[in-house]
Design a protein around this ligand. Structure first.
Ligand code: NHR
Ligand code: GAR
Length: 211
């Protein structure tokens, strides 16, 4: 059975969706860079080890990332999932976990990397918004995209209503992708994502409901 760890910074609803999905792997730990992250208690209540490594206690990004990697190594993780993790990671950390480090981002990348994605989608007037799971590379939110889920932007949407619709899809998408990886169907080959045994999906906008 493969082992995975989840990195969070806050609420942890994506982490809860992963833990509740009965994935074919062992969640060895949940690690937060913020000691006050609500998700730490939610992990502990599910019997998963919860660890805080406060980034403010380190003199540099390199030193924080080294401590983070040491903790991940302690758990012998095969897969590292960023679920609302809000610290940019150094190139050396990203290279160490190349091909086994994935992030869920609340936009249809490459549109709206970075923060305030829902507000920026509304300002831009896009009719479709959503979320993306990508392998992490040094370029922030720029790594190879594995899967996306789209939602319509509705008349009268505000940041909260649109964000809620996207978050519901995040909770479906990330466990689905994590399962592919744990089943050894998903691989990063160079800069290309390979998914074995994918079912052909016809027509438009059947993602994620037809996955
Ligand atoms: N690291 C690398 N190298 N590459 C990516 O693609 C990464 C990453 C680390 C995190 C998640 C990401 C997102 O989904 C992620 C992707 C935070 C920042 C950031 O700049 C950037 C991207 C993401 C998350 N954070 C500030 C920083 O100074 C801190 C903000 C805060 O603490 O609130 O690191 O969007
Ligand atoms: C999620 O919407 C996630 O996609 C986003 O933060 C939220 C975390 O919620 N991630 C980023 O914006 C990364 N920069 P959660 O803690 O309840 O999973």
């Amino acid at each position: 059975m493969k082992r995975y760890v989840i990195l969070i910074s806050g609420r942890g609803s994506n982490m809860e969706a992963l833990l509740d999905a009965a994935l074919p792997g062992l969640c060895a730990a949940v690690i937060s860079n913020r000691p006050d992250a609500a998700g730490l208690a939610a992990a502990a209540s599910r019997g998963v080890g919860a660890v805080a490594i406060d980034h403010r206690g380190f003199a540099s990004r390199e030193a924080f990332d080294a401590a983070l990697a040491a903790e991940i190594e302690r758990h012998a993780a095969d897969l590292v999932l960023l679920a609302g993790f809000m610290r940019g990671l150094t190139d050396s950390f990203v290279h160490r976990y190349a091909g086994r480090l994935m992030n869920i981002h609340p936009s249809l990348l490459p549109a709206f990397p970075g923060i305030r994605t829902h507000a920026r989608a509304l300002e831009a007037g896009v009719r479709l918004h959503g979320c993306s799971v990508h392998f992490v590379t040094p370029a922030l939110d720029g790594g190879p995209i594995v899967a996306q889920a789209a939602v319509p932007v509705l008349a009268g949407d505000d940041e909260a209503s649109l964000g809620r619709r996207v978050l519901d899809e995040e909770h479906r998408l990330f466990p689905r992708v994590a399962r592919w990886f744990l089943e050894e169907r998903l691989h990063l080959v160079g800069a290309r994502v390979q998914l074995a045994g994918e079912t052909a999906v016809g027509g438009a906008l059947h993602v994620p409901h037809a996955l």
